[in-house]
Design a protein around this ligand. Structure first.
Ligand code: ARG
Length: 659
């Protein structure tokens, strides 16, 4: 039983009588776990706002509420405190009954599947194939994978779909680079390395020409802004207070514009210098002045079915996919479908025709656009040169998903910077008639370095995902070695075993570092913190799990025996009761995760559970006790380990028997 939702359920009729239906969710949200054990286990704070509304002293109202709400069978104590807090202490009998049920249920730990399963598509990972995977991809991949696991566990019908970027301009870039300046031998030897180097070069050249073209205007604008600033500074407002105020405001604003403009110019200059300081690249840039247009032409030819480009594309795809698959294997990530952009290519013109015939799309400056009420800029679905866009493909994807799967929900686990794209996409989808589906942009922030800027290599490039995995494993190996060498009875692993453990610990640490963050904010990446043994890390949770196994080994506990001969749980110490409550909150944590698609709420829960377990472990001897108390404490250990294992598996993270 989910105690929290049961309590909310119990309060609902009484609250509905007193409040407007629209206020009910907020009032129910005020029923929550108590912050401090001295206020009981759960707290209902809804009498305060409600008292104000109905014009009754909150304490009186609270007393009235606890008269009407049936809690006797759940709680051993219900008290009104302070201005009108309702403090609820769950009865030991209920705790025991629920724990016993969880303990007996090896598969689901007493957690029921949703009686109203939904069909949910999760669009996640979705990297662009021609570019190397980078640190940002861990976010979408880990979050999407974890959501799919939690939703499935709670009984929903989940379809995971990797919407690969396998058809966009990035292919035009490598097509152009490959044809014009690739190193055939390097390509033969290591195609992926050569392709990423080509990609990088083309990117630099395009940025270079762009910057060269932009610089004069940017400088002219700066000059104008500086002139304005000089004018403002020279103006004497005299006694005119209004003018003085306006001048002050204008000066401040122009100053910040100047600063931003200078920064922009600085970055243009830097882009130019990077290319010009290297004779070979500069030479290449001079020989390819039209590179941006040429890249678009290569892309257009690919889309038009040009044989040579199509063949090269297949070749590039094969290598690119091998690379991506290798990373997915290391991360243990699987998809039900991998339907990339290229899959929808043939359907784009039909989509556009449909939007025209529905009079949703109109022409504007040669481009075909869907104008939307809530957005200034329209969604462009066909450019004036006839090319389709990312958005057009996303529309085709929605149509396909609707006809194929009829989902109740589609989740897009994508960087927050695509927020506007998805807002428009969802608006267009609804206008189009797909109104019965819930669309969610499950957005996430940027991975930052410790300098407070997006995490980059020393050379200023984005950090690749594979080197990151390697480094995580190296750090983990150092830790595992240190732990092993510090064991009282001497080390117990050989080099191979240490490596295998480190692999698991390293990858888990990396995933967990991401999943434990509030997804909507940026987070600072730190190798050191990631594998810390004490802290909110996967390593700590895995260590907790391994400790339980250590106890079982030491006590030569037969797990099957333990489970078959369950006794009632005993609460001789406060911490045992606390651990019981924590264990029973697993379901609450999972519900929290899916209510706003936030895996960090599960991570936090598991962290707190582990902390509580270690306190229990310190205060309550397990193997040194005997009889039913020993059995009860071993049951606590086992249920904690199983909750950790299940919880971690829902984050896509495994456990180790020993470490
Ligand atoms: N390939 C895109 C990128 O790397 C992400 C795609 C997300 N999914 C979608 N349906 N648009 O930015």
């Amino acid at each position: 039983m989910n105690l929290l939702s049961e309590l909310k359920h119990r309060f609902t009729p009484a609250l509905s009588e007193l409040a407007n239906p629209q206020d009910l969710p907020a009032l129910l949200a005020m029923i929550r776990p108590a912050q401090d054990a001295k206020f009981g286990d759960y707290q209902a704070n809804c009498a305060m706002p409600l008292g104000k509304r109905v014009g009754q002293p909150p304490r009186e109202l609270a007393n009235q509420l606890i008269e009407t709400v049936t809690l006797d069978d759940l709680a051993e104590k219900v008290e009104v405190a302070g201005p009108g807090f309702i403090n609820i202490t769950i009865s030991d009998q209920i705790l025991n009954q629920e724990l016993t049920q969880a303990f007996a249920d090896l598969q689901r730990l007493g957690i029921e599947a949703s009686p109203l399963p939904k069909k949910i598509i999760i669009d996640f990972s979705s990297p662009n194939v021609a570019k190397p995977l980078h640190v940002g991809h861990i976010r979408s991949t880990a979050i999407g994978d974890s959501l799919s696991r939690v939703l499935r566990f709670l009984g929903h019908d989940v379809i995971t779909d990797n919407h690969l970027g396998d058809w966009g301009t990035q292919f035009g870039m490598i097509l152009y680079g490959y044809k014009n300046f690739s190193d055939a031998q390097a390509y033969a030897e290591n195609p992926i390395a050569e392709l990423s180097s080509i990609y990088r070069t083309v990117r630099h050249l395009i940025d270079y020409h762009n910057s060269v073209a932009k610089l004069p205007d940017a400088k002219a604008l700066l000059e104008k802004q500086e002139q304005l600033f000089a004018e403002f500074s020279a103006t004497d407002p005299g006694e005119d207070k209004a003018l003085a105020k306006k001048l002050k405001k204008d000066t401040k604003s122009i100053k910040s514009k100047i600063a931003a403009q200078k920064e922009m110019i600085q970055s243009l200059v830097q882009t130019i210098e990077t290319v010009e300081s290297d004779p070979a690249t500069r030479d290449l840039a001079n020989r390819h002045p039209q590179i941006a247009q040429n890249v678009l032409a290569e892309t257009a030819q690919l889309h038009a079915g040009d044989i040579e480009n199509k063949e090269l594309w297949s070749d590039f795809m094969e290598h690119g996919m091998q690379e991506i698959q290798r990373v997915y294997d290391r991360l243990d990530i699987k998809f039900d479908f991998v339907l990339g952009e290229s899959f929808y290519h043939e359907q784009l013109s039909t989509v556009v025709d449909e939007l025209i015939s529905k009079e949703m799309a109109t022409e504007s400056e040669g481009a075909l656009c869907v104008f939307l009420e809530n957005h200034k800029a329209p969604m462009i679905i066909r450019k004036s040169d006839g090319a389709f866009l990312y958005a057009t493909t996303d529309l085709a994807t929605i149509k396909y998903r609707m006809s194929e799967w009829k989902p109740d929900v589609i989740l897009y686990v994508v960087d927050f910077r695509q927020g506007e794209h998805f807002e428009k996409l969802f608006d267009v989808a609804r206008l189009w008639g797909y109104t019965d589906t819930e669309y969610q942009h499950v957005k996430f922030g940027t991975v930052m370095g410790d300098d407070g800027k997006p995490f980059k290599t020393r050379a200023g490039d984005t950090v690749g995902l594979e080197p990151l995995l390697d480094e995580a494993e190296n750090r983990a190996l150092a830790l595992v070695t240190q732990l092993d060498e510090g064991k009282p009875g001497g080390p117990e692993f050989d080099e191979e075993q240490r490596k295998a453990i480190a692999q698991m610990v390293g990858i888990s640490a990396l995933k967990y570092a991401d999943l434990s963050q509030n997804r909507t904010s940026d987070y600072t990446f730190s190798y050191d913190k990631m594998v810390e043994l004490k802290g909110n890390t996967a390593t700590y949770l895995q260590y907790g799990y391994a400790r339980v196994n250590g106890i079982f080994r030491k006590g030569e506990v037969d797990i099957d025996d333990l489970r078959e001969n369950a006794v009632p749980f005993e609460f001789t110490e406060d911490i045992e009761r606390e651990l019981a409550l924590k264990l029973l909150r697993f379901e609450e944590a999972l519900q929290d995760v899916i209510s706003d698609y936030r895996p960090n709420l599960l991570a936090n829960y598991l962290f707190e559970l582990t902390q509580t377990f270690f306190v229990f472990f310190e205060k309550c001897p397990v193997l040194k006790t005997a009889g039913s108390l020993r059995q009860s404490r071993l049951q606590f250990c086992d249920l904690t380990a199983r909750t950790l294992q299940k919880g971690l598996s829902l984050l896509g993270i495994g456990v180790l028997q020993k470490m």
